[in-house]
Design a protein around this ligand. Structure first.
Ligand code: ADP
Ligand code: MG
Length: 214
């Protein structure tokens, strides 16, 4: 299978080629088409298997295709458990948004709060964040989630292990549910709290597990 088999928007497909990705990994082969069909996903595969592109590509496909669907930003929120992981996801996302109209921002705990308020007020299309800090901005009304189209939880198991359940619920409740799709990624699905959480956040999710993860 090739990336060209997914039927990606031509601009997105050119970026994939330009970055030198030829063959999708196993998780990408399963997750990208399912996400493009609009399903909520609960997906797992081991570290290093390419989960980041498995959610970045369908997110970009959706926004590229439905340019005018939502007038309210942000349209995609990606949450990760740690600052380090958020930075890694953001740098991969930036490779794809670099020469587009899409604006992506990084909101991390431990950084200057007021600088982040300014950044959020500029209506970014994508927010990559750690949950604690993003929930603080939400509580204080620095941005709204009523135009959110995609909520992506990266390493959901670790976010729950780090005690972010409350912030994740808060972010979930603030987002419009009618048109929203949710993609949950985890290194393992053999985690009781992840499964409980999936019931709270996801609608009829498709389960994708690579490598007998559950
Ligand atoms: P995970 O989140 O599953 O731990 P990452 O998304 O961080 O994995 O990907 C690990 C590495 O694999 C990254 O350096 C990424 O650029 C690379 N990678 C991802 N998808 C592909 C692909 N289809 N072909 C080649 N390399 C890839
Ligand atoms: Mg990852």
């Amino acid at each position: 299978m090739q990336f060209s088999d997914f039927g990606l928007e031509s601009r997105l497909m050119s970026t994939v080629e330009h970055l030198g990705f030829a063959e999708p990994t196993e998780i990408q082969q399963k997750a990208i088409p399912a996400a493009m069909q609009g399903h909520d996903l609960i997906a797992s595969s081991k570290t290093g298997s390419g989960k980041t592109l498995a959610f970045i590509i369908p997110a970009l496909q959706r926004l590229t295709k439905n340019r005018a669907l939502s007038k309210r930003d942000p349209r995609v929120v990606i949450l990760t458990p740690t600052r380090e992981l958020a930075k890694q996801v953001f740098s991969q996302l930036r490779l794809f948004t670099a020469n587009t109209q899409f604006k992506a921002v990084l909101i991390l705990g431990g950084e200057n709060f007021n600088d982040q308020v300014n950044v959020l007020e500029k209506d970014p299309h994508f927010i990559v964040a750690t949950p604690g800090r993003l929930a603080d901005h939400l509580t204080q009304g620095h941005f709204y989630l009523n135009g959110l189209e995609l909520l992506i939880l990266d390493e959901a198991d670790r976010m729950l292990d780090l005690g972010f359940a409350k912030q994740l619920s808060q972010i979930n409740k603030a987002a419009d549910h009618r048109k929203r799709q949710t993609l949950l990624f985890s290194a393992t699905l053999d985690h009781a709290q992840v499964n409980e959480f999936a019931i709270e956040l996801l609608k009829k999710p498709k389960r994708i597990a690579i490598g007998g993860a559950f």
